[in-house]
Design a protein around this ligand. Structure first.
Ligand code: ATP
Length: 246
């Protein structure tokens, strides 16, 4: 049973879901507070993508509930959830056949025109590599730049919570570090100001724990551990599972 957090921005409880007759999630739940960075750690096939898709409404929950800012969003369409402040970056993250600027406009499609224009300028200031190539096709970017564009595209929506599926996917270790460092700038009131962006990052790469205020581990569609990074290290079995014998 996942702990209910009173001041949670996002709270999911007892989620069961899957594909056709194949059940993947067995009562999984998690919570993210406003401005908090949470890492959902799990091996290949643990069900991370499936859980994120339920949270953002891309596949239905068979059982359980998802709440955003106290509102039950379990049955809401994805676009409604986006308007309420959820943004989702899938493993692919961008539309390769569109330009950088077009990708950002699609990311912010529900924002007012003037707000979006100002936001895109802010994002270009944070991502100068993208600013210099506004009219380049996203498909022409390197893997690392494409990931940066994926992050910028999700942020163009001005979300309260950025949900990311394996931002490290397909990246070399150097680019992984760059992505971590960019996300670190957005963490809790960094770039973009305001109350601070909350992040939920599904990963198998433990390097992302550098960003984590709290961690959940997912195994076989169930949450096995919930706590701080220090508590994860303190658990011998989990430490061995995720960090090896070192
Ligand atoms: P990965 O790192 O590989 O993305 P994950 O933790 O995100 O792993 P999921 O993608 O959620 O895991 O997959 C969980 C289980 O659901 C796996 O056994 C996978 O084979 C299965 N699965 C995923 N997508 C589908 C689908 N479209 N149809 C049927 N089974 C699926």
């Amino acid at each position: 049973m996942t702990e209910t957090i009173d001041d949670a921005l996002l709270q999911a409880d007892g989620i069961e879901s899957g594909y056709g007759k194949v059940q993947v999630l067995w009562g999984a739940g998690l919570a993210v507070r406003p401005g908090e960075s949470v890492v959902l750690l799990g091996a290949n096939g643990a069900g991370k993508t499936t859980l994120l898709k339920v949270l953002v409404g891309l596949i239905p929950a068979w059982r359980g509930a998802v709440r955003l800012g106290g509102t039950d969003i379990t049955a809401l369409r994805t676009d409604r959830r986006v308007r309420l402040g959820l943004a989702y970056m899938s493993e692919l993250g961008v539309f390769p056949g569109l330009t950088i600027e077009e990708n950002l406009r699609i990311g912010g499609q529900f924002a007012e025109r003037a707000v979006l224009r100002a936001r895109i300028e802010e994002l270009f200031a944070v991502f100068p590599d993208l600013a210099g190539r506004k009219r380049a096709l996203a498909g022409a970017l390197s893997g690392g730049q494409r990931k940066m564009l994926g992050i910028a595209k999700a942020l163009a929506a001005g979300p309260k919570l950025l949900v990311m599926d394996e931002p490290s996917a397909g990246l070399s270790p150097l680019f992984v570090q760059q992505v971590i460092s960019v996300l670190g700038r957005f963490r809790a009131g960094g770039v973009g100001g305001g109350a601070g962006l909350a992040m939920l990052i599904a990963e198998q790469n433990v390097a992302f724990l550098d960003l984590a205020d709290r961690v959940y581990t997912l195994e076989g569609g169930r949450i096995r551990f919930e706590g701080t990074v220090a508590q994860l290290h303190a658990d011998d079995a989990l430490h061995r599972a995720y960090f090896g014998l070192a």
